[in-house]
Design a binder for this molecule. Structure first.
Ligand code: GDP
Length: 511
């Protein structure tokens, strides 16, 4: 591997509202890109086959589906790492954190619906980190909203410059293909299924109305600007149909050409760039075993720098002593030379027994600490009611474990014995109750808590002391012992902020 191998990596996620077509687009990207790691379809030899069977065995034995968390494909010398953001109605912190491990994102929008709530939420998370976004307006084979209405909605609702790169030639019953601005060619539907099968026509005479609009689209919106895109200030907009295969190749090409290679990651005051020799990375996700008899987990590490080799020793920041990584799960490599190495931008799955936590840094020297992997203020808080009071110890262990995994956050009130769990989405609560019972044999119920949200409090020691003594009934410690203000309402947060200007009330906490 050359020292610049990381330049050929594109690590990205797809953000969308449920039903916009993320799954369909993912499949088409993998097919078009010649996916290497669709389970069961891998043509592997030698070491590559070994690597593959390693993780297939792990999946079978432990009931963990790792394949779909990271999907890798190669095209024209570029390696694409597509990270899955769980696609539930509900959010979990998992989704947020996955976005800390990508360098760019594709935002899929349903042409009939425009920007929907979850698209917007996920977009805001990307914006926090200036993650550049390529927009794909999907389902133009069906009747959708007018193109300009969609473009303006994206621009207005997301406060983002939009730069159209394509235009649908009709939609729904009138759909005749998609014009690509870069080449001037129209991708045409073929056959009874009206799919795109590779037919592209140049010098097409467009219907009058379409021709007019195309001109307007090209002069009425900002031109594509690479810097503005990479800063997260502008999004190029493509139109297509994942189902009928329109716009998929164009998307892959756009990612290859415009999307950034691995970006430097914040580490305190410093940043660590991919060109650094030392292997470094951070854990952005821990997936536990679905089989309760096994305590094994897979920690997903986003590699930030260096060339990783199987068997290498890395030190997790949470442990302080090095561990040898003998059976990493590497998600790529049809070339057997590559089967045992990974580059900056790649994801490595590390089997472990709970030693690796979300937010941990791994490095060779143990001198790097990546920052910027936040905990998010929970939007739902519940009291945990134990059915059998003799199980307090098990409950505490379970809550600590599950909060380490990022399933929930846990808060231990300063007054009162009932612990509080916080989540970002309802689904996490269901997962909590069933895992408490199945894995820890703890039967618990969740009751309403008189709190609406929580804020991490920090600031001057004296001011903190005073605040603590006045508000003890509304204070708790999180699993790291940090002070948290449990607020009855968002108004309550504002009130305390105003009353305590020397304190900081933070909706996120970095590990
Ligand atoms: P997800 O929830 O975002 O993963 O969405 P899916 O990929 O599961 O798609 C939701 C529904 O929309 C499915 O019935 C798809 O077949 C359909 N769909 C996805 N893409 C297109 C498209 O380009 N055109 C049409 N007509 N339907 C689509």
């Amino acid at each position: 591997m050359t020292p610049t191998a990381h330049n050929s990596r594109r690590t990205f996620a797809i953000i969308s509202h449920p039903d916009a077509g993320k799954t369909t687009l993912t499949e088409k990207l993998l097919l078009t890109g010649g996916a290497i790691h669709l389970a069961g379809e891998v043509k592997a030899r030698g070491a590559a086959r070994r690597a593959r069977s390693d993780w297939m065995k792990i999946e079978q034995q432990r009931g963990i589906s790792v394949t779909s968390s990271v999907m890798t494909f190669e095209r024209d010398g570029i390696t694409f790492n597509l990270l899955d953001t769980p696609g539930h109605e509900d959010f979990s912190e998992d989704t947020y954190r996955t976005l800390t491990a990508v360098d760019s994102a594709i935002m899929v929008i349903d042409a009939a619906k425009g920007i929907e709530p979850q698209t917007r939420k996920l977009f805001e998370v990307c914006r926090l980190r200036s993650v550049p976004i390529i927009t794909f307006v999907n389902k133009v084979d069906r009747e959708g909203r007018p193109v300009f209405e969609l473009l303006d909605e994206i621009a207005d609702m997301l406060a983002l410059d939009v730069s159209p790169q394509a235009y649908p030639v009709g939609m729904g019953g009138e759909f005749q293909g998609v014009l690509d601005f870069a080449t001037g060619r129209v991708a045409r539907p073929e056959g009874p299924s009206k799919e795109f099968k590779g037919k592209r026509e140049a010098d097409v005479e467009l219907p009058e109305k379409v021709a007019e609009n195309v001109e307007l689209a090209q002069i009425g919106y900002p031109e594509f600007d690479l810097d503005a895109y990479r800063n997260g200030d502008l999004t190029p907009v493509y139109f297509g149909s994942a189902l009928k295969n329109f716009g998929v190749t164009e998307l892959i090409e756009a990612i290859a050409e415009f999307a950034p290679p691995p970006r430097p990651q914040p580490a305190g005051e410093d940043t660590v760039g991919p060109e650094r020799d030392e292997v470094t990375g951070f854990i952005f996700k821990v997936q536990a075993n679905m089989d309760p008899n096994h305590r094994d987990r897979i920690a997903f590490m986003r590699q930030v720098s260096g060339t990783f080799k199987r068997g290498m020793k890395l030190t997790p920041s949470g442990l302080g002593k090095p561990i040898a990584i003998h059976s990493p799960i590497l998600f790529f490599a049809q070339d057997r030379e590559l089967a045992d190495t990974a580059e900056a931008g790649d994801i490595i799955g590390i089997p472990n027994h709970g030693t690796l936590r979300v937010g941990d840094t791994l490095s060779e020297t143990n001198k790097v600490r990546f920052t910027g992997l936040p905990n998010f203020a929970p939007e739902i808080l519940r009291r945990v009611q134990l059915r059998d009071p003799t199980k307090t110890k098990q409950l505490r262990k379970a809550l600590d474990d599950l909060s380490e995994e990022g399933v929930i956050q846990v808060f231990y009130p300063e007054i009162g014995a009932q612990w509080i769990v916080g989540v970002v989405g309802q689904l996490q609560l269901d997962v909590l109750v069933s895992r408490l019972s199945a894995e820890y044999k703890v039967e618990a119920a969740l009751e309403a808590a008189p709190f609406a949200t929580a804020r991490w409090v920090s600031g001057d020691a004296k001011a903190l002391d005073q605040f603590e003594s006045f508000n003890r009934a509304n204070l708790a410690k999180d699993r790291d012992g940090d002070l948290v203000f449990m607020a009855k309402s968002p108004w309550d947060v504002g009130y305390q902020e105003e009353k305590n200007p020397e304190l900081k009330f933070s909706a996120t906490k970095e590990r």
